[in-house]
Design a protein around this ligand. Structure first.
Ligand code: ADP
Ligand code: MG
Length: 495
């Protein structure tokens, strides 16, 4: 469904494209936002929503394509240029400086404090102390502050990237009220959310991205939730990475068990058992508590409720070192955090062979062999090997994984290990994960790319608003069945 004839779009993009190195984030995006509408931007994780928003905010520069505001081509070369064109954004990740106060943050961007206060009062945030440090404030309040800040810029198009993911229901209501008011003033809102109920209720139209391309522009009320899911999925393409699930030796003992774990309002009673020799997938949309769950499992944060058992014995980790000492290790999403970027590939691979990571001593000969063996098995391109930080993202990730291969750790917590990695390297990484499982490791794999879960996992659990809401055997799981469950929709509601 396109804009009614005769209505000039407030914002149009034509064939917008953007790559990061050899990762293509946007192939060709066509978007028309009419004046006075709330327009949903939908798509599975990795479809390119945030990248588009960042281009429209002047944060990234498009490689190709056109952006028009009220029929005029605009160059959004800086964030200031975007604001001048009437575009303001609440980004997916909070954009406030933690060690400054609220007031200092606002002054830094030259935004009128009085205006921000007016909007905050409307959203029940009147009590916010502008002298408080950002890092001392709760996340929901910061999201509302980000929103008030964007509104104070009086944009003709307000862009909200998953703002409700971090908000409890009552605070989400404040956001909806403000969105409706913004529309009633003749302005527009571009609204990104994974909650289809919010789309049905709030949005006049929706544009759906898939794999960096616009695939549909529809009226949610006309197509219904199931129509939106269908548009997001399209046909499921099982190209590379190829199926790497290998014949299994059968699962062994329970290596890691979560018993009714709770953490704040992010994780609510998660239980599962992870066996030797298996890869358990975790499917979730963004902001469902997966970050917190991994933090807790990796010993980076104590659970508020419940217990973690490693081979049947309670793990009361005070730090990740305690978890590592019990054989539970994390492959974090930020590869650079897991590497010593200045050190060589060999040193990085040998890292766990050094006592407790902190104390360095010389590596014994057989350990050196293990490292050489890992480089070989992983086909790590070591031409840039003097500094791990100079390797490509994919090769860095292989080093992070290969480190656990050399050390023989037993429980591997992999958090989105293939984010931003090309297909060939992805297949190698999945192959490696399967190999580790075949050697007796237990792997918990969260990936934002649902289509890949059936290729590498044995079974998959779905996390929704901090709870496991579904479990499927990976063999029969499809992107559709996972996406449906990940939206908290039960399959009979879609069929
Ligand atoms: P969405 O917001 O729809 O989940 P994104 O726009 O964040 O998707 O990401 C689209 C694709 O671009 C993904 O494959 C992601 O890994 C990749 N990507 C996004 N930002 C970067 C970046 N700064 N560097 C490399 N790859 C990126
Ligand atoms: Mg995003």
């Amino acid at each position: 469904m396109t804009i009614e004839p005769g209505v000039r779009p407030l914002l149009s993009t034509r064939a917008v494209a953007k790559s990061f190195g050899n990762v293509i984030a946007l192939r060709s995006v066509e978007l028309d936002v009419a004046p006075g509408e709330i327009h949903a931007l939908l798509g599975a994780n990795g479809a390119g929503k945030s990248t588009l928003v960042k281009i429209l905010s002047g944060v990234y520069q498009a490689d190709a394509g056109d952006v028009e505001v009220e029929g005029e081509s605009v160059r959004l070369s800086t964030p200031a240029a975007a604001v001048a064109a009437g575009l303001a954004t609440v980004f997916q990740d909070p954009a406030l400086i933690p060690d400054l106060t609220v007031g200092q943050n606002l002054r830094l961007t030259g935004i009128d404090e009085g205006e921000v206060r007016v909007w905050l009062e409307r959203m029940d945030g009147a009590s916010l102390d502008f002298g408080a440090l950002i890092r001392e404030l709760p996340l929901p309040l910061l999201r509302l502050l980000d929103l008030a800040r964007a509104l104070a810029l009086e944009p003709s198009l307000l862009m909200l990237d998953e703002i409700t993911a971090a908000l409890p229901a009552d605070q989400a209501e404040h956001v909806f009220t403000v969105m409706e008011e913004w529309r009633s003033r003749g302005n527009s809102v571009l609204f990104i959310t994974h909650r289809l109920g919010e789309v049905m209720r709030m949005c006049d139209r929706a544009t759906v991205l898939r794999d960096g391309r616009t695939v549909a522009s529809v009226a949610p009320q006309e197509v219904g939730e199931s129509g939106l899911v269908e548009a997001m999925l399209g046909e499921v393409v099982h190209g590379e990475p190829g199926a790497v699930r290998t014949a299994r030796a059968g699962v062994g003992q329970v290596l890691l068990e979560a018993v009714d774990i709770g953490s704040g309002d992010k994780v609510n009673g998660v239980s599962f058992r992870l066996h030797a020799g298996e890869v358990l997938g975790l499917a979730a949309l963004e902001g469902q508590g997966q970050d917190r769950l991994f933090e807790v499992l990796a010993g980076d944060r104590r659970p508020d409720r419940g217990e973690i058992l490693v081979k049947g014995a309670s793990l009361r980790a005070r730090s990740p070192y305690d978890a590592v000492a019990r054989g539970v290790v994390l492959v974090p999403p930020d590869r650079l955090l897991a590497l010593l970027p200045q050190r060589s590939v060999r040193e990085n691979l040998g890292l766990p062979l050094y006592d407790r990571i902190r104390r360095w001593f010389s590596v014994a000969r057989d350990e050196k062999e293990k490292v050489a063996d890992a480089i070989d098995r992983l086909s790590i391109d070591t031409r840039a090997a003097r500094q791990a930080g100079r390797l490509s993202g994919g090769n860095q990730q292989k080093v992070v994984l290969g480190r656990w291969l050399t050390a023989g750790f037993q429980v591997l917590l992999c958090f989105d290990p293939t984010r931003g990695i090309d297909v060939r390297t992805k297949a190698q990484i999945y192959g490696l994960i399967r190999e580790l499982a075949a050697d007796g490791a237990a792997v918990l794999l969260y990936t934002s790319e649902l289509a890949e879960i059936p290729l590498v996992c044995d079974r998959v659990q779905v996390l929704y608003r901090g709870s496991i809401v579904d479990e499927q055997p990976a063999e029969s799981a499809t992107e559709e069945s996972l996406l449906t469950a990940a939206h908290g929709i039960r399959s009979e509601e879609v069929a």
